[in-house]
Write a protein that binds this ligand. Structure first.
Ligand code: NCD
Length: 307
């Protein structure tokens, strides 16, 4: 039985197969409409979410399966003090697969050790968010035509942003990837990723503070929000929250074919006027998130749909 804790749980070839499957689902949704009939997905969300929970649920419903779960720790027995390992033992009796989001790094890993069903890490603290990475990879491959030879700007909260951490892990396996890390000094990428992932794999990168400096040379700009809930004090958050605001004027500095991605939710970091720029693809990214989670559920449940 397989789980998904980090994007590295799949080889590059396996990832390619998942992305191919997602593209086939996009083209022929009817073919997959009953693939998970009789199967249940449990969503165990101990932390707020809109897209990640609903997209897992939409994915299972699109496959003809059903869903159950909870959307906050307060509405589950966690509020009574139940451990993650006990919860997952029970959920294994109710469902065939589950997606778990938790504020503590490593909680889904604890769950998978006690689970008899596949566990999907739907975000653990500031650590990893592998299904967002699958979404990002599918978006980039579908709209740019490749996952290699790209210069990628990662902008915003690179310290606490788990989507950025997972995306870096996944992308360093492709050839010709270069990063521009755009953040305020206080929100720089943690050393353990800079040294153990970027430097160890000889991936070229540059750290800059000004977005304007990076924009003209990028193939992709991945914007992120400042992660309010992971700050120790409100004052620091308030000081950082509007550090970057991508607007129409700044977009004039960017190449005509540069794509703007964002895992969402957006706060202030992308002005709404950018939404109508054809280079802004963050709402398309949401749609890709459903196709790729459908492909992931089929893969983890080992369900093959004949072509
Ligand atoms: C991200 C997350 O939860 O880490 N959201 C998402 O899943 N699309 C990004 C964020 O919350 O900023």
């Amino acid at each position: 039985m397989r789980h998904l804790m980090s994007p590295l749980d799949f080889s590059v070839e396996e990832l390619d197969r998942i992305l191919d499957l997602a593209n086939d689902i996009e083209r022929h949704p009817d073919k997959y409409a009953h693939a998970c009939a009789g199967k249940k997905l449990a969503t165990l969300f101990y932390e707020p979410s809109t897209r990640t929970r609903l997209s897992h649920e939409a994915a299972m419903l699109n496959l003809g399966g059903s869903v159950l779960g909870f959307s906050s720790a307060d509405s589950s027995s966690a509020a009574k003090g139940e451990s993650v390992s006990d919860t997952i033992r029970m959920v294994s009796c109710y469902a065939d697969i589950c997606a778990m989001r938790h504020p503590k790094e490593g909680a889904p890993m604890v769950a998978c050790k006690h689970s008899s069903i596949p566990v999907i890490n739907a975000g653990d603290g500031g650590h990893q968010h592998p299904t967002q990475t699958l979404t990002d990879l599918l978006t980039i491959r579908s709209l740019k035509g490749r996952l290699d030879h790209l210069k990628i700007g990662l902008c915003g909260d690179l310290k606490f942003g788990r989507t950025v951490h997972s995306l870096i892990h996944a992308l360093v396996r492709y050839e010709g990837i270069e990063f521009v890390l755009i953040s305020p000094e206080e929100l720089r990428l943690p050393d353990y990723i800079r040294e153990d992932v970027l430097e160890k794999n000889n991936v070229p990168y540059k750290e800059v503070v000004r977005l304007e400096e990076a924009l003209p040379s990028l193939d992709l700009l991945y914007m992120t929000r400042v992660q309010k809930e992971r700050f120790f004090n409100e004052e620091d958050y308030v000081r950082m929250k509007d550090f970057y605001i991508l607007d129409a004027k700044k977009m004039q500095l960017a190449p005509q074919d540069m794509l703007v991605l964002h895992p969402l939710p957006r706060v202030n970091e992308i002005s709404v006027e950018v939404d109508k720029d054809p280079r802004a693809v963050y709402f398309k990214q949401v749609q890709y998130g459903v196709y790729v989670r459908m492909a992931l559920i089929l893969t983890l449940l080992e369900i093959n749909v004949e072509s």
